[in-house]
Structure formats: C-alpha cells, structure tokens
Design a protein around this ligand. Structure first.
Ligand SMILES: CC(C)(COP(=O)(O)OP(=O)(O)OC[C@H]1O[C@@H](n2cnc3c(N)ncnc32)[C@H](O)[C@@H]1OP(=O)(O)O)[C@@H](O)C(=O)NCCC(=O)NCCS
Length: 257
C-alpha cells in the first residue's frame, strides 16, 4: 500500500524579469522561460541568427506556426548562450550527441538544455555538469493509465493510480517531465527504458530521483526540481549535482542580448 504524505504545497519558484548580470556561479543553474510566439519583427531578428542547418530544419515543418516557433526557440537559445559567452548569437556553432543532444564544442564547460511545449520554451544553463529540462502543458490524456502502465515503473504506476482521479493528470506529467529531464540530461532521450529508474510524482511533494536500478549511486548524485514556468504547465529540471542554486528568469526580447 502506498502511503500519501501530507505536506504543505511547495512555494512556487519565482520567474523574475531578466537579470542584467549574466555571471554563472559554480554552484548555479540558470533557468529561462520564453514565449515562442514573438511579434514578427522580433521573430525575424531571431531567425537571422540561425545557421543554415537550423533554417533547413525550420523550413521542414509543415505548419508556419511550427516553423516560427522552432526559429524563435533556437534564436532565443543563441541569444541566451551568446550573452553568457559574450559572443554574437549567430557566431555559435552547435554539435550534437549520438541521440541529438545539442552542445557547444567551442565552450564545452557551458552545459545547457532546452524544452518546449505549445508556445513556451524552457532553457537550463549551468557549468560542468549534466543538465536536462522538460516542460509539458497539463492536459487530459484519454490513455493516461495505459501509458503509465506501459512506460512507468510498477511503483510509479501504483502511486499514480492510488491518487484521487482529479490528481492523475498533474501526477502523470510530474512523472513524465522528471523522467524526460533526467534522460535529456544524460543525452539518452526517451530511447532509454523509462522504468529502469524511479522519480517522485505526487503533487505537492518535492521532485526527486528515487531509484536507478542499473546504477543505484545516481540517486546520491542528482537533484531534481519541480517547475511551474506558466499556469497550466509543469516542468522539471534534472542536474548532476547535489548542491545547486536555481535561479529562474523570464526572457524578453531585447533584454537577453
Ligand atoms: C530528446 C527528446 C526526449 C525530446 O523530446 P520532445 O518532448 O520532443 O522535445 P522537448 O521539447 O522535450 O525537447 C526538445 C529539445 O531537446 C533537445 N534535444 C534533442 N535531443 C536531445 C537528447 N538526446 N538529449 C537531450 N536533449 C535533446 C533539443 O534542443 C530539442 O529542441 P530543438 O531541437 O528545438 O533545439 C526526444 O527527441 C528523444 O528521445 N530523442 C532521442 C532519440 C532520437 O529520436 N534521436 C534521433 C535524433 S539523433
């Protein structure tokens, strides 16, 4: 039987307006959230910073909205990273891991990851440690139980299904985003089995990596954070560090350059 701990809800992390000081402390991870739906002038400015392969990727999207959102997502990533590195956004050259994780070979110490859902993007920036983020709009899923049974561990599925029905969606997306953030941090993506490690999922309880069956030590090496970058969205940050300070900012056009 899975016991429900009653704890007060966690205080929301504040997403402050963009900081002027772009110094990344050794123990820090900086999170940025941005709207992918920018006015045309800003969108065009950001699209100008993209490399030829990114422009090709943008052009491959069927719908214009998706083309714009991809271009803005990459443009904002370039603006944010460029500000940390004191380099122009269009000068950055990304490399890709075996499963597609982007990195900067010219600045391998600056680690980052990004995620998007609908019109919202989330960026995590840190130094010298693996980091992953995910974000999802909390939405009804007709096959929620089937997906949980198929992909989550038996403990996670049991915890989820023991919750009142009204909490199922939030708990499901807590679990999903934490798992995905972890696998994005390692670079494996969701090609790796999702039931080989366990995360917390109960709404209001802290995000945590609870078990890794293949590598139990990981539990003592990683931290997870629950994120609420916008109403109706849930996000997760996974970082290979036990002592880390999280700072959250909203990216605004013209403020992050
Ligand atoms: C990484 C992955 C979980 C992303 O899932 P998603 O829900 O569609 O997308 P998210 O919004 O969470 O994240 C997308 C971002 O993750 C980053 N990303 C891509 N692959 C990644 C990986 N293996 N690890 C970490 N981050 C990755 C990219 O920056 C991408 O955004 P962008 O291309 O617009 O810059 C999924 O694509 C995956 O499992 N990929 C690995 C396996 C694969 O299909 N590889 C084929 C390409 S080599």
């Amino acid at each position: 039987m899975h016991r429900r701990f009653s704890r007060p809800p966690l205080p929301p992390i504040e997403w402050a307006p963009a900081a002027q000081n772009r110094t990344l402390g050794d123990d820090e991870v900086h999170l940025w959230c941005a709207s992918l739906d920018q006015p045309a002038t800003e969108r065009e400015f950001l699209a100008e910073t993209l490399s030829p392969d990114e422009r090709e990727r943008a052009a491959r999207f069927h719908f214009e909205e998706d083309q714009h959102r991809f271009a803005v997502g990459r443009g904002v990533l370039r603006m944010i990273l460029g500000a940390y590195l004191n380099q122009p956004a269009n000068a950055l050259a990304f490399s890709y891991g075996r499963r597609g994780k982007p990195s900067l070979s010219s600045a391998p110490g600056l680690q980052f990851n990004l995620a998007h859902s609908a019109g919202l993007a989330l960026y995590a920036i840190t130094s010298h440690r693996e980091v992953g983020v995910d974000v999802e709009v909390i939405r009804p899923l007709s096959d929620l139980k089937r997906i949980a049974q198929r992909f989550f561990s038996s403990n996670e599925t049991a915890q989820l299904l023991a919750l009142p029905e009204a909490e199922h969606e939030e708990a499901f997306f807590n679990c999903w985003t934490r798992k995905e953030a972890y696998l994005k941090a390692t670079g494996e993506g969701i090609t790796a089995p999702l039931d080989q490690f366990e995360v917390s999922l109960i709404p209001g309880e802290p995000a945590a990596l609870l078990a890794n069956h293949a590598n139990p030590r990981e539990v003592t090496e990683w931290s997870m954070f629950h994120l609420r970058p916008a109403p109706g969205c849930v996000g997760a940050l996974a970082i290979k560090s036990r002592r880390v300070r999280v700072q959250c900012w909203q990216w605004r056009p013209g403020k992050a350059a």
